[in-house]
Design a protein around this ligand. Sequence first.
Ligand SMILES: [Zn+2]
Length: 152
Amino acid sequence: MLHIHLPPESRDRLVAALKDAGPREVGGILMAEHTGVNEFTVRDLTVHRRGTWTSFVRSLTEAVLGLRTFFNRTQRAYTRYNYLGEWHSHPSFSTQPSNTDDASMRAIVGDPSVGATFVVLVVLRLGDAGVLAASAHTYLTDGSKHESQLTY
Ligand SMILES: [Zn+2]
């Protein structure tokens, strides 16, 4: 099982973005450091508003993954921070990925031109009293989806 660690600074940025967005959806991409066996620690993330982020995030994801494929191919030590996946909010419903979310993540990981071996989707919402609820799932190139552990 993949373990995703959300350190306080990343968690605070996400909580601030969720508060700021209120009832609107918000999302972005996650960059992470490989910090252990099957363990990734989020080091950076982007924040985009609904209506802009879906297509923007998709193109950014493809750009980042395309770059990684390029650097892998050239065997260059590109950066220790890599694209991990995406996050978005479900302001008013469960943090489980929707069918659309599943289809979108499978399309990204299954696209040979982006060259990902896995992608992670984190879905978040702020519950009553501002308590953060979140889920993480990992999508593999074989089409499978696995629940992942998220600590924050
Ligand atoms: Zn969703």
